[in-house]
Design a protein around this ligand. Structure first.
Ligand code: SF4
Length: 435
């Protein structure tokens, strides 16, 4: 792990006030009047394309109508019925590619209904109230193990608890939340929201969370399948893809996910060491989150280097524009060929797809965001590097289901993981209770 002793990295590039301002809420919540005005723009479409575009199929026109008619708590319940992590999804979903991208007002006028911010308005209201919005069904006497306390695992656990089952969530890290807690930019989820949401979700009862428990570290799939009536795996992608370029072992080079996790868990962001010249390699949301946050910590220059064209970049145009607006430079069609430096990295040499002249960037910190891979899954059928699933998360083992990033099919998004966890829970319930 880099520290202030790693050459080129330094803490305190910005003062606490500047850091606080830089990491403030990216989309501040709507007030009641603003929410009414935003809700009034909805046409309440029949066969609404926004609903089709939502991986959790939230009834968007219904919840917006409930806000418009002064019933925001009903709106929150409408959302949570489909997506119990609707609060986090309102903050981190790439809405520009999903509901808002499909909204008829986006298509006609280039300005969608602000579905994400309205969803946040409704869900925040419900979560701020005492008590939990759902009640558990009568106890079934069935016990289910959920491995992984990320979005898929939490969504699965909640739905199972609601059906009356007893659920134990095994989480390897010190806190539940998965990517929401450890892997997303801090400005998207301020005020410890991920931890609060996990706690709120478990408020339904019937869910116990055991942290510091991971498969392979004292926990075996065989033993869980023996002890519990069913097992759900939502273990995410714990491994990072390696880069093979010469010099990749130099100090100052690390996976972007490690940088983001350190930042998310830091008590004091101003005390985090960051490079003066930072290069981030990759083109997804993790790359953008790392690049923007390096800039917000006070790096003088941050370059995001991606191997394909802008159009092919997995991060949305909105995310690209956000990065550019924060001063991140985007460079396309470059592939890392060599990391140079004496002990610590000082420059990165890239080959350019359309030029024989290499691109050389000064760098005292390099963050690699070139994708993650499954760590674990032994004994299960694997497809495309992930746990093979059919239907609602059924794996090759009879009592074992899987969902979220670790499972085949679907995008690697929080909202997709929630949908898969929820649907697997319904299938587990049907399987445990019979026809
Ligand atoms: Fe409202 Fe847009 Fe959805 Fe139509 S597509 S229901 S206007 S949010």
């Amino acid at each position: 792990m880099p520290n202030s002793m790693t050459p080129g990295l330094a803490a305190g590039r910005l003062g606490p006030d500047e850091i606080a301002g830089n990491f403030a809420d990216l989309h501040p919540p709507l007030g009641t009047h603003e929410a009414q005005v935003a809700a009034d723009r909805c046409y309440f479409c029949h066969d609404a394309p926004c609903v089709t575009a939502c991986p959790t199929s939230i009834d968007i026109p219904l919840f917006i109508r409930q806000i418009a008619s002064g019933r925001p708590e009903d709106a929150g319940k409408t959302i949570f019925e489909q997506n119990i992590l609707g609060g986090m999804c309102a903050r981190v979903c790439p809405t520009e590619n999903l509901c808002e991208g499909a909204c008829v007002r986006e298509v006609a006028e280039g300005e969608p209904v602000q579905i994400g911010r309205l969803q946040r308005h409704a869900t925040d209201g419900v979560m701020a109230r005492q008590g939990h919005p759902f009640e558990r069904a009568a106890a079934t006497g069935k016990r289910v193990a959920v491995v992984g306390g990320g979005p898929a695992g939490l969504a699965c656990a909640h739905r199972l608890a609601m059906k009356g089952h007893e659920v134990t969530v095994f989480e390897g890290k010190p806190k539940a939340g998965g990517l929401n807690e450890y892997g997303i930019a801090a400005y998207k989820t301020v005020d410890d929201f991920a931890a609060k949401e996990a706690q709120w979700l478990c408020g339904i009862g019937g869910i116990s969370v055991e942290t510091g428990r991971a498969l392979g570290a004292g926990l075996s799939l065989d033993a869980l399948a023996e002890e519990y009536d069913a097992v759900f795996l939502g273990i995410g992608l714990g491994g990072v893809n390696a880069l093979t370029a010469p010099g990749v072992a130099l100090a100052g080079i690390e996976p972007a996910v490690d940088f983001i996790e350190r930042l998310r868990q830091a008590e004091d962001k101003a005390a985090l060491p960051v490079g003066r010249n930072v290069v981030v390699i990759g083109g997804g949301m993790t790359a953008v989150d790392a690049a923007v946050q390096a800039k917000l910590l006070g790096a003088a220059s941050v370059t995001l280097a991606y191997r394909k064209t802008r159009e092919a970049m997995p991060a949305s145009r909105w995310e690209q524009d956000l990065a550019a607006s924060k001063g991140v430079q985007l460079v396309f069609q470059v592939t890392p060929a060599e990391m140079r430096g004496e002990g610590a990295v000082s420059e990165v040499v890239f080959a350019h797809a359309e030029s024989d002249t290499p691109v050389i960037l000064q760098a005292d910190q390099v963050l690699l965001a070139i994708g993650q891979r499954l760590a674990g899954g032994e004994g299960l059928q694997i497809a495309g590097g992930k746990i093979a699933v059919t239907g609602a998360g059924r794996t090759s083992l009879a009592k074992v289901w899987a969902g979220g990033d670790c499972a085949s099919g679907g995008d690697d998004l929080t909202v997709t993981a929630v949908a898969e966890g929820r649907d697997a829970a319904e299938d587990i319930h049907a399987s445990l209770m019979g026809p």
